[in-house]
Design a binder for this molecule. Sequence first.
Ligand code: NAD
Ligand code: DAU
Length: 348
Amino acid sequence: MRLMVTGGAGFIGSAVVRQAIADGHHVLNVDKLTYAANPENVASVAGHERYRFAQNDICDQPAMAALLDAFRPDTVMHLAAETHVDRSIDGPRAFIDTNIIGTYCLLEAARGYIEDSAAPVGFRFHHISTDEVYGSLGPTGAFTETSPYHPNSPYSAAKASSDMLARAWAETFGVPVVITNCSNNYGSHQFPEKLIPVVIINALEGKDIPVYGKGDNVRDWLHVSDHADALLLVAQQGAHGETYNIGGRAERTNLELVKMVCAILDEELTEARAGPHETLIKYVEDRPGHDHRYAINCDKIERDLGWAPSITIEDGMRQTVRWYLDNKDWWTKIRARGFDVTARQGLK
Ligand code: NAD
Ligand code: DAU
């Protein structure tokens, strides 16, 4: 396939790009290279003859149209977004611009690509979204593809808006859209402001590990390479107009997860220290509007496309911890760009 991947220098996008090249596809990675991007995430494929990169903003509709025209993809996999909930609370505007206007521009460019008869037969627009659009669950149940939308943060509201635009462009203009909504991802190359890398890096540096509120919020965790596999499957075999939920069937409270990471670090690091890493846990002020629980029912993708998560959270989390231990260069360079999550949270 010829895949135009937006946001391919970020965490999940780069996993998709690396897997797509390994699978034999041609890839055009379109990324603005915001603070969250890292060209090193795709360094392993950068010289490949089937890989191209374009530094562009998805809000630049003429640029998107020109890229579609020149590259002639079979599929657009749209991952580019502002993604960090805390940042959406500190400054929502970029989320409105990229997640809503950017998606609109890309959909319009795709519509032009189809209407000019340049798009190949079977062209599809795969819009990649999140479980956060469904809002927060009580103690039981799980989100299905027909759960009502109930976004609670500026991030999830902007993603929900983009899902609605994708739906409308399919219904009204016949853009062949397929949507996926996934739960929390973890794995290598995740920007160090999200929970798992924050825990690993702070623990390594002997800094406080910030747990919001009581740490009893629940997330459903999926290894990023399982997500990348699911996305590439949906991009090829997902039915037009359909939505597929993707999840890990691995619900954990934040505190359980943080303690799991700390216990792995206790085992992996042999040098003497004052006590177990979990003694660094510090309860901090809760996130405003913090969704209590997410859980994904992924029966549909399992039944219709034969996908299932393949990496257990125990194995995946150990691999992830090892990756951050073995790739200190990757995150110390990000730190050197002036980024420090502990400063934002008033921790030592
Ligand atoms: P990320 O923040 O790691 O990367 C986002 C990428 O998008 C970056 O490379 C950035 O430079 C690029 N980008 C941002 N604005 C852009 C713009 N205007 N034009 C072009 N490129 C731009 O994100 P991620 O965690 O890899 O998430 C990727 C997608 O998956 C997002 O759409 C997100 O909503 C969705 N998602 C993420 C998770 C998760 O747990 N991380 C779970 C479900 C769904
Ligand atoms: O559910 C999918 C979503 O998962 C994606 O759509 C988002 O792009 C992605 O960022 C992620 O959102 P979360 O808000 O769930 O992820 P985050 O890593 O920021 O936080 C995970 C949980 O941990 C959440 O309940 C908040 C909490 N948390 C987070 C940080 C950064 C802490 O307790 N301490 C922290 O320092």
